[in-house]
Design a protein around this ligand. Structure first.
Ligand code: ARG
Length: 563
């Protein structure tokens, strides 16, 4: 909610008795500042009030209480409001001081489930799952700031036919000690070896199918190998999640639903939704222009879809969510359309609360899909390491005496990757370019971190206790007004981000705020001889710093005080 729209609406409401929320929804932010800070178009009121819109505008201008305005101008049926600078400063400073800006209770503790990251254990853990991890995590933070309770579920791909392949490979060539040492990369080696071998010896595929069947039937050997795969890779994943500072409330993946699928299949049967097709059991979806959802294969082994059905129902019963977000790549659009449709056919009206929040691919600089280039997987950890190492080099050049260099390099290196990802519309494919992401003066994470650190260093130099009850009339520069107005827009940036599930709205906002602050900093002296003025400007620095810090943390990015 825009704190100023509310105040202006109250003032208008004194004279025009229409619903305050309607007034708020009509208030606009003009494209140019010479048209006011806010504008109120009176056209749509004309039919309601049965009066000429220009007359309504005039009446508002004449009668409205002017205390919060510097001036009011008319442009046709538009009332253009120019807010009083002191009023802006007072309002913004007090909301920040009370820690209210950007925090709301609109979620009222309702529960949102986010299915995110969800890598596949028996397939390469490449950077394919990085986007889901980063976007899901940022959405989680944003929803929490709005008063929701968020359950992050890592729906691990810890079941499926690929395990048959990997168990087969492990029996042929595997060593437990090597698995333990470097699980993700070792399993990748087995994965490659299996596929190379299978090209010349296709019979091995039968063996793999058999092993998966054994696994589903609870064969001891199969289960014990599977358990090692899961346990060791999970501990490897957790190490990477720690670098990214991402946590999960649940790691219940596909395997968790093994004993919950029968009930679902029976229920589908009872509801007359199942059909036989070429030996498999399916739900026909042709009426909805969708291919059939396959529920059981001819050998009765289960499928991704079946497990997702069981998972959705289980989660609804367990969490009674108000929304369930699947942060999963765009290539699974069809899968989720089918899933949500089958839930609807089963009579679950909450299917409308499920959303597939999808994202595009990572591309290399040659615009080719990264993960499959030359059949090579790029591992998440390698990308993070590369970025952290480069950040370290930059620090060594720029600020060689910095304390905690390693920590700061990690914050910058990881922050650069996160911001580089989030600053793109998630539905687009993105080109991953670490050097660009790390630039201190581009539209990057480090640029915002640097602006934050600059604000911190000014506050450090000031040394005195902050005094909030400042003389706001001293903040009279246009730059100061613009900066304060921009700060007041922070809540809307979060609101738009959560409404569209698009963190790039928040990244854009933080870039604008940083630019506005840097412009101000270069033009005006903050630490200075006029102590009264200094006191006021320092509070403006504090407000900016606070929003930069909080905004970055909503993105999942740390903000070091020095860099
Ligand atoms: N493991 C899947 C994959 O990597 C993603 C799982 C997404 N979540 C879900 N409930 N299907 O393709």
């Amino acid at each position: 909610m825009d704190i100023f729209k509310e105040k202006i609406a109250e003032a208008i409401f004194e004279h025009i008795k229409i619903n305050k929320n309607i007034i708020i929804s009509l208030l606009e932010i003009p494209p140019q500042s010479n048209l006011g800070d806010y504008a109120f178009p009176c056209f749509s009121l004309s039919s309601k009030l049965k009066r000429n819109p220009i007359e309504i505008a005039q009446e508002i201008k004449n009668k409205i209480d002017k205390t919060i305005f510097e001036r009011i101008e008319l442009k046709g049926a538009y009332v253009n409001f120019f807010l009083n600078k002191e009023f802006i400063a007072k309002t913004v400073i007090s909301t920040i001081k009370e820690h209210k800006l950007g925090h709301s209770n609109i979620g009222n503790n309702k529960i949102i489930v986010i299915d995110m990251s969800s890598p596949n254990i028996a397939k390469p853990f490449g950077i394919g799952h990085l986007r889901s991890t980063i976007i899901g995590n940022s959405l989680r933070h944003c929803f929490v700031s709005q008063g929701y309770k968020v359950i992050r579920i890592n729906h691990l791909g810890d079941w499926g036919t690929q395990f048959g392949k990997l168990i087969t490979a492990f029996q042929k060539w595997g060593k437990m000690t090597s698995l333990k040492k470097d699980p993700i990369k070792y399993m990748y080696k087995l994965y490659i070896k299996y596929h190379q071998y299978a090209e010349k010896n296709p019979n091995i595929e039968d063996e793999a199918r058999l092993w998966f069947k054994k696994l589903e039937n609870g064969n001891n050997r199969a289960i014990s190998i599977w358990k090692s795969f899961r346990e060791y890779s999970l501990s490897d994943f957790k190490r990477i999640y720690k670098i990214l500072n991402v946590q999960f409330e649940s790691y219940s993946g596909e395997a968790f639903y093994n004993n919950k699928m029968d009930t679902v299949i029976k229920e589908l049967n009872r509801k007359n939704l199942l059909k036989e097709s070429e030996g498999a059991t399916i739900v026909e979806l042709s009426n909805f222009n969708l291919p059939p959802a396959i529920i059981q294969k001819s050998d009765e082994t289960s499928l991704y879809m079946t497990r997702d059905l069981a998972a959705a129902i289980y989660r609804y019963n367990k969490y009674n969510f108000t929304k369930m977000i699947y942060e999963v790549g765009a290539e699974q659009k069809l899968h989720f359309q089918q899933l949500f449709k089958v839930l609807e056919l089963m009579g679950y009206t909450w299917n409308k609360d499920c959303v597939h929040v999808y994202h595009g691919l990572y591309l290399g600089k040659d615009k080719k899909k990264l993960a499959t280039r030359k059949g090579k997987t790029i591992f998440m950890e390698d990308i993070l390491d590369e970025s952290i190492n480069k950040a370290k080099k930059i620090i060594n050049k720029k600020n060689p005496t910095l304390k905690n260099k390693d920590m700061v390099a990690k914050d910058i290196g990881v922050g650069a990757i996160i911001f580089g990802d989030l600053s793109n519309d998630r539905t687009n494919d993105i080109i991953i370019d670490i050097n660009k992401y790390l630039s201190f003066d581009g539209e990057t994470g480090p640029y915002i971190q640097y602006t934050h650190a600059r604000a911190c260093s000014i506050l450090k130099r000031y040394r005195k206790k902050l005094y909030f009850n400042i003389n706001t009339s001293l903040l009279k520069e246009e730059n100061e007004k613009n900066l304060l107005l921009l700060i007041s827009k922070y809540p809307q940036a979060i609101e738009k981000t959560t409404n569209s599930f698009k963190p790039n709205i928040l990244t854009r906002y933080l870039l604008d705020l940083s630019q506005s602050f840097n412009e101000y900093y270069h033009k005006f002296k903050i630490i200075q001889d006029n102590k009264e003025l200094e006191k006021s400007r320092i509070i403006l620095v504090y407000c900016t710093k606070t929003i930069l810090f909080e905004g970055l943390s909503l993105l999942g990015i740390k903000a070091p005080e020095e860099m």
